[in-house]
Design a protein around this ligand. Structure first.
Ligand SMILES: Cc1cc2nc3c(=O)[nH]c(=O)nc-3n(C[C@H](O)[C@H](O)[C@H](O)COP(=O)(O)O)c2cc1C
Length: 233
């Protein structure tokens, strides 16, 4: 028996893992970035094979990780965690520098950053685990508190989307919701709940509108996340 609630008790941080170069740079939100050895210092980053950033890490053989604070701007989480660099230019308008390996490093909402050169790529099915040796690390603002995945879930009411290695399908969780004619759908980015019974008055969506009947271009009224990144409660 697997109690999937137990998996939520594992601690993680949240990072923007970036790769590419000045011409095509990109990054994604990751909670699975962690140190694996100290001599030499090496880190692992688990990256979905569907992520655009995976292609860039395979191409360049390097990646950076920006450590995010508790008060990270929600737009950073939405753009880097729920949208793909195949559809939008995520680095546009941000404070970005390029490291020793040439990869982009996002400095917005950055406590410190690390830059790694890939020494091994492990195929773990849906994801690659990139093992990288640390080549550069720098502190940007040591007074900020790093955000944890638990804080993101509990305080900021966020959840990881399907591409995250730690995504858990709600049907696997023991606590079930009571049945009702109207359903509720939660925005994975900011925790906003679309309640079919109430509709979305801010966008002239009448009470009783089923989630599947919302217009295709309807987005979360709080943070702008698209319909596909809502989950049924
Ligand atoms: C809280 C959170 C944690 C995530 N952790 C991971 C992760 O560790 N690995 C991963 O591949 N995707 C993770 N994701 C999903 C990616 O950030 C997301 O699929 C992103 O849109 C991929 O962007 P890209 O296609 O531009 O590379 C996470 C997302 C969120 C919001």
């Amino acid at each position: 028996m697997i109690d999937f609630e137990a998996l939520f008790k594992i601690s993680y941080g949240l990072y923007i893992v970036s790769s590419g170069d000045k011409i095509k740079g990109n990054g994604f939100i990751s909670n699975t970035f962690f140190q694996v050895t100290s001599e030499p210092v090496m880190f692992a980053s688990c990256c979905s094979k569907n992520n655009y950033t995976a292609e860039l890490i395979l191409e360049t053989g390097a990646f950076s990780a920006s450590i995010l604070p508790e008060n990270t701007n929600p737009t950073i989480i939405t753009n880097f965690g729920y949208k793909s660099g195949r559809d939008i230019d995520k680095l546009n308008g941000l404070n970005v520098i390029y490291g020793e390996t040439g990869v982009p490093i996002v400095l917005d909402d950055c406590i410190a950053y690390l830059e790694c050169k890939v020494v091994e790529t492990i195929d773990v099915g849906t994801h690659y685990m990139f093992i990288g040796e640390l080549v550069h690390a720098e502190m940007m603002d040591e007074n900020l508190e790093p955000i944890t995945y638990a804080y993101f879930r509990k305080v900021r009411k966020g959840s990881a989307p399907k591409n995250a290695p730690t995504y858990i399908d709600r049907s696997k969780l023991v606590k079930k919701q009571p049945a009702s004619d109207f359903n509720k759908f939660k925005c994975l980015a900011c925790g906003y709940i679309y309640d079919e019974q109430l509709g979305d008055p801010s966008n002239n969506i009448s009470p009783g509108t089923k989630f599947e009947d919302l217009p295709d271009d309807w987005v979360c009224p709080v943070c702008g996340t698209e319909k596909e990144d809502f989950v049924k409660l």
